[in-house]
Design a protein around this ligand. Structure first.
Ligand code: SDX
Length: 452
């Protein structure tokens, strides 16, 4: 017998159906609410709103559970490879040997980027953030390829190109930012080994492929591969709902991930830990700032919209840091600082009462540092990992019969109807926000024209 809830508005009672997920999650279906009652719901940040039904990833934030297509993240991190997880997320099942071999051949065939793309990379200002370059280049990829009339073929080839070329472009942007010779992908190397080689090989010092480091990168990307309706996946679905091409959807996902509240947090964590270690900033002060409602600072790498316990990915990442640092026989004072900061935070009443635990970003930067990835590439690493998740979410939405263009409603709180006032009768008035355009003192900033 199907479940429903009752909503009483005035004298009328409405029955709204309840949707029950395969893991027992429940949702009130309000898809006809406005039509039947004239009311909408209000939920800033969609914290209580389901935007879709999905078969891809299951999370239980209270228990710290994360599964891709039903398989626990802990098993995938230990037993699978990133290439296999890409296949699983996008196709719904683990590949057979024949399927994964075919997938590898396709990834190799489409691993190069058009030589003309180098001119784009060469003309960015030197200090351009790699996430800005990657987002633009993902969009630019479309310009280089003819559109195939056969929709399935077009999707197939576009997905393959993105999975392979975004990785190549990331390594390329790093090499060019250092003024180094670009290293081309090699057909004899695996997906992850190729990335490391493209990043670190130089003509004077050939890069030695270390299986432990390849495994670490593979696990890093597996941990980042999908996370149901996170901000960037929701954006990819939203842009996709307008039937925009997949390159542009991925570009929008990369831009969303860049934010310090999302994927940009892994870089923000390292900046905070570096301040503690190199500037002597006190941990107690960092914690106090994070708790101060008047201070916009939030402890990067802590807290999560869904996890109200330890992020299962952070546990695996923390172990990876220990393994990598032990392997290279290096100590990283930032790791010691991270562990100490975690300990203080987890004993702090505010963090406990707010269910704030380390998330995937808290330890990921330290693992990347151990491998030699530069800090400004950390969020790019997150983007390469999340790419299959974005694609799987986009594709599920593309074929979802219930999918519509994403267009939320609002509650209008502005001025009611008023007359147009001729300019000679207007008084200077301030709205809620400081008016733009009139108060900015350009002469205070003589060198804001262009940066190198
Ligand atoms: C990722 O969604 C995903 O799945 C994302 C992700 C993925 O794989 O895609 O997991 C990747 O983005 C991880 C999160 C990376 N961001 C950070 O580490 C930045 C620091 N964290 C916070 O900004 C915050 O925790 C968010 C943005 C992650 C979550 O924000 P929410 O869910 O909107 O929660 P909130 O801001 O409403 O916080 C609830 C309370 C507030 O206090 P009250 O007003 O209720 O008293 O907790 C407080 C917040 O002030 N709080 C923090 C905090 N995080 C939340 N206080 C201090 N430091 C923090 N880090």
């Amino acid at each position: 017998m199907s479940e429903y809830v009752k909503v009483v508005i005035g004298e009328k009672t409405y029955e709204l159906p309840v949707i029950v997920g395969t893991e027992g999650e429940k949702a009130i279906d309000i898809s006809r609410l406005r039509r039947d009652t004239g009311y909408i719901t209000y939920d800033p940040g969609y914290a209580n709103t389901g935007s879709c039904k999905s078969n891809i990833t299951f999370m239980n934030g209270e228990k710290g559970i994360l599964r891709y297509r039903g398989i626990p993240i802990e098993e995938l991190a230990e037993k699978s490879s990133f290439r296999e997880v890409v296949y699983l997320l996008i196709n719904g099942e683990l590949p057979t040997q024949r399927q994964i071999n075919r997938f590898s051949v396709l990834l190799n065939d489409h691993s190069l980027v058009h030589e003309d793309m180098r001119t784009f990379f060469e003309n960015y200002p030197k200090r351009t953030h790699p996430m800005g370059i990657l987002s633009s280049m993902a969009n630019t990829l479309k310009s280089f390829y003819p559109y195939l009339e056969n929709q399935e073929e077009e999707i197939n080839i576009t997905v393959t190109r993105l999975i392979s070329k975004v990785r190549t472009m990331a390594a390329m942007s790093y090499k060019m930012s250092r003024g180094h010779q670009v290293v081309y992908p090699r057909p004899d190397l695996s997906y992850c080994a190729n990335f490391l080689n493209m990043m670190f090989h130089t003509p004077v010092k050939p890069y030695e492929i270390d299986p432990d480091v390849v495994k670490a990168i593979s696990v890093f990307w597996i941990l980042h591969a999908d996370h149901e309706q996170n901000a960037s996946a929701a954006v990819v679905r939203s842009v996709g709902s307008a039937k925009t091409n997949l390159y542009a959807c991925i570009s929008a996902g990369i831009s969303t991930l860049w934010g310090p509240l999302h994927g940009g947090a892994n870089q923000a964590v390292i900046n905070t830990l570096s301040d503690i270690v190199n500037q002597g900033t006190s941990m107690k002060k960092v914690i106090e700032r994070a708790k101060d409602k008047k201070d916009p600072f939030r402890l990067p790498g802590f807290g999560h919209r869904v996890y109200k316990t330890y992020d299962p990915r952070a546990k695996i990442m923390k172990r990876m840091c220990d393994t990598l640092l032990e392997k290279f026989n290096i100590t990283d004072p930032l790791l010691d600082a991270a562990k100490e900061l975690e300990e203080i935070a987890l004993e702090d009443e505010y963090f406990i009462s707010h269910n704030l635990y380390p998330n995937v970003d808290f330890y990921s930067g330290i693992a990347l540092r151990a491998i030699g990835i530069p800090t400004n590439m950390f969020t790019v690493m997150f983007a390469i990992g999340r790419l299959p998740g974005w694609i799987a979410q986009w594709r599920e939405n593309f074929y979802d019969a219930e999918s519509k263009i994403c267009r939320p409603r609002q509650i209008y709180m502005g001025e009611q109807k008023r007359e147009y006032i001729p300019i000679d009768k207007r008084e200077k008035k301030g709205g809620d926000l400081q008016p733009l355009f009139t108060e900015f003192q350009t002469d205070k900033y003589p060198d804001i024209s262009f940066q190198e």
